[in-house]
Design a protein around this ligand. Structure first.
Ligand code: ZN
Length: 97
């Protein structure tokens, strides 16, 4: 398990991303993971808010399972066709005329 915390702004409440650290290690030494759409350099220094540049704090600290790295299975089990799921966005797609 790993520790994950939201990196939240004191001023505007914007969540710039998440701080991730291995279990048993301080989040201060963790890795910054920018939120979707946030373009911030991955630094090991003081983080600032991606929106207003204000000071940030760790919010909503929780433990998460580490995201499994992409694995490829060399052998497939015979007789079991791979189940293909349609993309989730298909249902919510709006067709405009
Ligand atoms: Zn801010």
């Amino acid at each position: 398990m790993q520790l994950v915390a939201d990196v939240k702004c004191y001023y505007c409440g914007f969540v710039s991303g998440e701080m991730v650290s291995a279990d048993g290690q301080s989040l201060k030494n963790g890795t910054f993971r920018p939120a979707l759409g946030v373009k911030m350099p991955v630094t090991r220094g003081a983080l600032r808010c991606a929106r207003c540049g204000g000071p940030v704090f760790m919010d909503d600290v929780r433990t998460e399972r580490p995201v499994p790295t992409a694995t490829t299975f060399e052998r497939e089990r015979p007789g079991r066709p791979r189940r293909v799921r349609p993309p989730a966005s298909e249902d919510s797609e709006v067709i405009r005329a």
